[in-house]
Design a protein around this ligand. Structure first.
Ligand code: PXG
Length: 289
């Protein structure tokens, strides 16, 4: 595998970053996870917009314009023939001292890894996911905004640990007001009849790119799609619940806190949207070759 670091492609064994990089020392940096389908980078522009917004929010100056970054992503995918894969784009604060001050760091490091991913097992999509709501709250918007896709994912990792300890794979995180925010690396949707609801951004959800695509597809298909504050009660009493994210795409939820969701299998709305999403993903994006 060839890894991009600051404009150069390195063999995997030579792709190295300093132990004084604040990305490592403090989780000081931002990232994106992007998919390639059928030789195209899916929603690249949207991912880059979010990356630059995250960077701006933490006063990190990315040493490349968006256009240059777009070319770097495509170049890395091409070098690895990542035609159906996963791209991790990371920008760290760079090399600094053993102190928090980010302004002493030399210059941000840009890292791009293009991998041929292992998808979630097919069975998970057929059977659906079991979830629990956990005690770890999503970050308060004025602590670290959930809209910053930062390299510090401890908030989400703590929630994931709780879920795994409870015997399921994924957690639902609530915000400090007790409303549903999102899963640890996915957004959440609730279906009731022909109504689709997802928590608003202010409630602690990352503005997921898959979320936005799914909201558009669902509206096109005639569903009444809206952002709405959701409580655990809304989840327990939904016809269907599903998660959306770059890695998972769309995945049905069949159990939450030991309550069976709907009929206990991924429902028809979930399946219909998942099919529409896959069709779109296969046919759009920035070409790699
Ligand atoms: N919420 C959080 C906290 C996320 O990190 C999403 C929602 C979904 O957003 P997108 O834009 O992907 O629809 C994310 C995205 C990984 C991985 O390797 C995580 C994400 C994306 C890609 C890979 O765990 N998180």
């Amino acid at each position: 595998m060839k890894i991009y670091i600051n404009g150069r492609l390195f063999a995997e064994k030579d792709a190295k970053i300093s132990v004084f990089d604040h990305g490592l020392l403090y989780g000081d940096g931002v990232f994106e996870g992007i998919r390639t389908y059928n030789g195209r980078v899916f929603m690249l522009e949207e991912h880059l917009h979010r990356l630059y917004r995250s960077a701006k929010a933490i006063t990190l100056n990315i040493p490349l314009e968006k256009d240059g970054m777009s070319k770097a992503v495509v170049r890395t995918c091409k070098a690895n023939r990542t035609l159906n894969g996963y791209v991790r784009l990371v920008v760290t604060r760079g090399v600094g001292t053993l102190g928090l001050n980010p302004f002493v760091c030399s210059k941000p490091q840009v890292i791009i890894i293009a991998a041929n991913i292992q998808l979630y097992p097919k069975k998970l999509y057929e059977d659906g996911l079991k979830l629990v709501t956990v005690g770890t709250l999503r970050n308060h918007t004025e602590s670290v905004s959930p809209n910053i896709k930062s390299l510090n994912y401890l908030n989400n990792i703590m929630a994931k640990i709780e879920a795994i300890n409870a015997g399921v794979m994924e957690a639902i995180m609530l915000n400090p007001q007790g409303f549903v925010a999102e899963a640890t690396g996915d957004n959440i949707f609730v279906v009731k009849g022909d109504r689709l609801r997802t928590p608003p951004i202010w409630a602690g959800a990352l503005e997921g790119i898959t979320r936005n695509v799914v909201m558009g597809l669902a509206a096109e298909q005639g569903y009444d799609v809206r952002e709405e504050t959701l409580t655990r009660y809304d989840l327990y009493t939904a016809d269907e619940v599903f998660l959306t994210g770059t890695a998972a795409e769309i995945i049905g939820v069949v159990e939450i806190d030991r309550r069976i969701v709907g009929k206990g299998a991924p429902g028809p709305v979930t399946r219909r949207l998942a099919n529409a999403f896959r069709a779109l993903a296969r046919s759009t994006g920035v070409p790699i070759l």
